[in-house]
Design a protein around this ligand. Structure first.
Ligand code: FMN
Length: 269
């Protein structure tokens, strides 16, 4: 059983690829509170749990952390548990923190991997989407890394924590992350400008069902946001601002990048 959360599609892609390569089934978790019960198709493997997510502020997205804590998995008997996180750059002490977090559920994390994917965080100065060349490079590398990860999963390897912590990992996960979660997480500053055409794309793509159109047809955020930026990146008119720092910065979704990649030949090496 593979459970995943994804804002802009990177982690969905990873989950779907790994499902194919490990003969498993990927299910998107519903993070809207109250949590909907886990429904599984009979084809999903229930001895093995994979959790796939984007790194948010050098850790697991808070909404996913709460989901795992509050969901009752007692009817499953997992004999193998792994996580794969996707990140733009690095993950801090995410691996150690998640192992501790899962231990509170009585779970032992057998393996964890990070996969570098195109960056989606744009709501702070100096953060923007990657250049087209970097997007291409990251996606090409991700494909071969996923084969390597799937092989380890199929062999039920244990004790492998192959993540990229980056520089000053403890400071990132234990000083900057709490500050991020305290001051930058959520939808307090989210708004659509006058270019909004009331198309409802933001409503439809929000994985937390946290957006509705108000009486004037503009999106309103309902306070449950986990800042995945799906609304910002998917808006066809680039009308959404998530903070005053992300005005007209780049937009990225996995599906658009993949389509672009398959329509342009790669550079000769
Ligand atoms: C709120 C937020 C915080 C992020 N924090 C980090 C981070 O700490 N380290 C990192 O390398 N990438 C970070 N990223 C980038 C994402 O982890 C990365 O682009 C991921 O692949 C997005 O996955 P998704 O398309 O499944 O949502 C962040 C993105 C968002 C939206």
């Amino acid at each position: 059983m593979i459970l995943y959360f994804s804002g802009t599609g990177n982690s969905r892609f990873v989950a779907q690829q790994l499902a194919t390569l490990t003969s498993d089934e990927a299910t998107a978790v519903s993070l809207s509170v109250p949590y909907s019960p886990l429904t599984l198709s009979p084809t999903g493997r229930v001895d093995c749990l994979g959790i796939i997510f984007p790194v948010h502020a050098w850790g697991m997205p808070l909404a996913l952390e709460r989901y795992i804590k509050n969901t009752d998995f007692s009817r499953f008997n997992f004999t193998y548990i792994y996580t794969v996180c996707t990140c733009g750059d690095d993950v801090g002490t995410c691996a150690t923190d998640i192992r501790k977090h899962l231990r509170q559920k009585g779970w032992i994390l057998d393996c964890m991997w990070s996969v570098q994917m195109p960056n989606t965080y744009v709501a702070f100065p100096f953060f923007d989407t990657d250049s087209p060349e970097l997007v291409r490079m990251k996606l090409e590398r991700a494909h071969s890394r996923l084969h390597h990860i799937a092989e380890a999963i199929n062999q039920r390897k244990r004790g492998l924590y192959d993540v990229h912590p980056g520089r000053f990992p403890w400071i990132k996960s234990h000083v900057l992350r709490p500050l991020f979660n305290r001051f930058l997480l959520g939808d307090k500053s989210a708004r659509a400008d006058g270019t909004c055409t009331h198309c409802k794309t933001c409503v439809n793509v929000c994985p937390l069902h946290n957006i509705a159109l108000n009486g004037s047809g503009f999106p309103e955020w309902k306070g449950q946001c986990t800042t995945c930026l799906a609304c910002y990146h998917n808006c066809p008119h680039h009308s959404i601002e998530f903070s005053r720092f992300c005005h007209r910065k780049g937009q990225y979704t996995f599906l658009r990048a993949q389509a672009k990649l398959s329509s342009t030949p790669s550079h000769p090496r």
